[in-house]
Design a binder for this molecule. Structure first.
Ligand code: ZN
Length: 342
């Protein structure tokens, strides 16, 4: 493992390497960015490089320190993960005790918090006290999806390092080069990954999500021609994807966003669900701008509504699909997908 293997995060890597070379190490870092873009990998590489007895700017992977870290046996590196759904105050109390002992083997004692946004308020306040006066040898690294999810009093004490979503092309190349996927397989997964290599990789283990995507897209492309029975059947179909419903909404939103983007820039470049321009041209010409905006808002709202437990999911999906067919509203009458108003 090496910093050279990090994909798409040149800036964070450069910042951290600079700190290593200038020996300007902070006591608290916040790595913020979406899931599956390399925060943990970079954090671990940084910790290894800090403690490595052979190299300064990267880990050698051979010295005792590097090997102990690789086998999760480094006594001066402590990982904190949520217990159940939260990081709790007892976990922080343990750190409060532990941090007062000097490192056993290296110059630093590192505390790596995964999913730091899951700290409950008590835990966060307790961590704040540690951050106010950390011992000279202590380094705390918080990994989080968004810095806004943490208390401002905590973020203000950290150096924030931001990680960006990966480009589809970066993910595709990684899937081909490291995971041995074919170009077609890799592209299919990279398109749906939303900038997260972690998610793309999970697709290589579970193909069912890809099938869901293809089935949803195939149906939604025809929705304007559906009659009312077919709409209800489509709702039934979506219900069978219950466990992946968030993906389903995401697919629908990106589908209509693609139509909107294509209407605006007439190029495939930023579009994620299509590689056939003719098809995209035909579909996007069936909707007006305002209608597409309305539909995207409608799907977003429905996705929020169905998160609530007391909602009739089937009804919510049916209403949403009827409105999509009506290009943003339910149209009553003989022909509720009238083309006359185009
Ligand atoms: Zn080493």
């Amino acid at each position: 493992m090496s910093f050279n293997e990090v994909i798409g995060q040149a800036l964070p890597v450069k910042l951290l390497k600079n700190m290593l070379s200038q020996q300007q190490i902070n006591h608290a870092y916040l790595f913020a960015g979406p899931a599956g873009v390399g925060k943990e990998f970079v954090a671990k590489q940084f910790i290894k490089a800090l403690n490595c007895t052979e190299n300064e700017l990267d880990a050698c992977e051979k010295c005792i320190s590097c090997r102990k870290f690789a086998s999760n046996n480094h006594p001066d590196v402590i990982e904190i993960t949520p217990e159940g759904k939260q990081i709790k105050i007892d976990q922080i109390r343990e750190i409060q005790q532990n941090i007062s002992y000097k490192p056993y083997e290296s110059d630093w004692k590192v505390y790596l918090f995964k999913e730091a946004e899951k700290m409950n308020l008590q835990a966060a306040n307790s961590l704040l006290r540690i951050l106010e006066e950390p011992p000279a040898y202590a380094i705390i690294i918080l990994l989080t999806l968004k810095e806004e999810l943490l208390l401002p009093t905590i973020t203000s004490r950290c150096q924030i390092i931001r990680f960006r979503p990966l480009k589809t092309k970066e993910i595709k190349n990684e899937l081909i080069n490291r995971w041995g996927l074919s170009s077609v397989q890799a592209e299919r997964r990279a398109l749906l990954a939303g900038g997260s290599l972690g998610r793309a990789v999970s697709f290589t283990e579970d193909d069912s999500v890809l099938t869901v995507r293809e089935e949803v897209l195939a149906a939604v492309k025809k929705i304007l021609d559906f009659d009312i029975v077919e709409i209800f059947e489509f709702a039934q179909q979506l219900l069978t994807y219950k466990e992946n419903l968030n993906y389903v909404f995401e697919i629908l939103i990106t589908f209509y966003r693609d139509l909107l983007i294509y209407k605006q820039i007439k190029s495939l470049e930023l579009v994620i669900n299509f590689n056939n321009e003719q098809e995209l041209l035909e579909l996007s010409s069936k909707y007006r701008f305002g209608e597409l905006e309305k539909i995207i808002k409608l799907i977003t709202e429905t996705a929020e509504i169905v998160k609530k437990t007391n909602v009739n999911l089937q009804l919510a999906l049916e209403v949403m699909l009827l409105k999509i067919k009506g290009r943003g509203e339910i149209k009553v009458g003989r022909d509720n997908c009238s083309r006359n108003n185009l």
